[in-house]
Design a protein around this ligand. Sequence first.
Ligand SMILES: C[S@@+](CC[C@H](N)C(=O)[O-])C[C@H]1O[C@@H](n2cnc3c(N)ncnc32)[C@H](O)[C@@H]1O
Length: 208
Amino acid sequence: MEGTIARWYAVSTAKDTTRFEAQLAQVRRLTGAGSAILEVAPGPGYLSIALAGTGDYTVTALDISETFVRIARGKAAEAGVEVDFRLGNASAMPFDDESFDFVICCAAFKNFSDPVGALQEMHRVLRPGGRALINDLRKDVSKEAVDRDVDEMRLRGLSKMFTRYVLRSVLPRRAYLKSEFAALIGHTRFRTFDIQETPLALDVELRK
Ligand SMILES: C[S@@+](CC[C@H](N)C(=O)[O-])C[C@H]1O[C@@H](n2cnc3c(N)ncnc32)[C@H](O)[C@@H]1O
């Protein structure tokens, strides 16, 4: 996503604070204060900024979109928090081995052109014992689950119609079933994982 569509996404997801609060709670459950966290594909950067704002974590984030990296850096400066927003590809990360305690990736994995490469990179940059959490739309999501989620986003008019259409009809085509995700993990060095299904998404927890 670049240009206008990235700017539209940044505005339309800004109000979805319920989602960021739930994600923050998941991170707190899975990693302790003092952790070095990497967010893969942060888009406008709201979750990374919220994580850094707790004062409990060192946060780095990596996105392939120049527009999003620019937007996210601006929002972090406005919020007065420090996040190292970097430009780069999830399947060729510009980080040393074993740099992070925790990796999080939300609403993005289905877009990766090299999903196994991205998982292998998450494994490489995690410290031994580190965990990754990937949250993304499930392929077999129901229209009712999408509608409930879109209602919670507090969007209006065309933005609401467009978001509902994309979530119902476009994104599920790229998304994974639980069994397909497990098969991808089977091609990586991760040996310990758990996949939970919510009405909307897959929550994939991986341990190095
Ligand atoms: C729908 S946005 C999700 C943004 C944010 N995580 C959220 O939950 O709102 C998908 C993001 O994935 C990023 N992305 C897609 N392919 C990528 C790749 N290969 N490496 C890094 N980021 C990628 C896009 O630039 C975009 O920021």
